[in-house]
Design a binder for this molecule. Structure first.
Ligand code: ADP
Ligand code: MG
Length: 211
């Protein structure tokens, strides 16, 4: 179970304080939509949940463990094994192939390329991207890039998926495909949190956090 207690954050000492002591559980096996106007802290909350930032006050809890107080090394370990992050606009390295992009997080988690390649190809196949494995991010559409980013997030079979506006710049058909994939990931028992402006994403979510 992923939760936050009494969470606040600010980028600078004495700067704007975000989240107003947020206490919240995030449901496993469901999609939670994270909404609110631009600048309210949606991305920042995903970074905190993903242990990429540390709270100013309060805690991030993963299965009852105060993850936000662990050492950098322990946080990296949790990120590598428990958390899949889909960054805004997919953020794929333009110089590497799609297959390499998908495989990379598993290598951080200690897998060998030989062991992980079949799963990467299987994920790409599930998302209709098998024929793109040797292409580079510049050669695929925005919707395909988001699906690659999702394969990348799923490669380590994490229990938590954090996605930052994954349908933000997509046409309706591509957005639907990405959203369906995220919903499917949640029905396999994962906690899926989507930062979004889109009403149809919010409608499909089981829970909503309004910042
Ligand atoms: P959202 O994703 O909801 O648009 P963000 O989490 O990106 O909001 O930003 C929340 C607030 O923090 C905004 O006021 C933004 O300007 C500020 N902010 C975001 N990133 C930084 C940063 N790296 N340094 C300083 N302030 C930041
Ligand atoms: Mg944002």
């Amino acid at each position: 179970m992923l939760a936050v207690t009494e969470l606040t954050f600010s980028y600078r000492p004495g700067g704007e304080e975000l989240f107003g002591a947020l206490t919240r559980e995030f449901l496993p096996g469901a999609v939670t939509a994270l909404t609110g106007a631009s600048g309210r802290g949606k991305s920042t909350l995903l970074y905190l949940l993903g242990l990429l930032l540390r709270p100013r006050t309060g805690q991030v809890l993963i299965d009852g463990v105060v993850a936000s107080s662990l050492s950098d090394e322990e946080c990296s370990g949790l990120r590598a094994t428990r958390i899949g992050f889909v960054f805004q606009d997919a953020a794929l390295d333009p110089s590497r192939t799609i297959l390499d992009a998908v495989v990379e997080p598993a290598l951080y988690a200690g897998a060998t390329i030989t062991a992980v390649r079949p799963r990467a190809l299987q994920l790409l196949d599930e998302f209709g991207l098998a024929h793109r494995a040797t292409h580079r991010p510049g050669q695929i559409s925005g919707g395909q890039a988001q699906r690659v980013a999702l394969c990348r997030a799923l490669i380590t079979n994490p229990s938590i998926i954090l996605a930052d506006e994954p349908t933000g710049n997509l046409d309706m058909d591509s957005a639907e495909m990405v959203l369906s994939a995220l919903v499917a990931a949640s029905t396999q028992g994962r906690t899926v949190i989507i930062a979004t402006h889109n009403a149809y994403v919010v409608e499909r979510a089981a829970d909503v956090v309004q910042l």
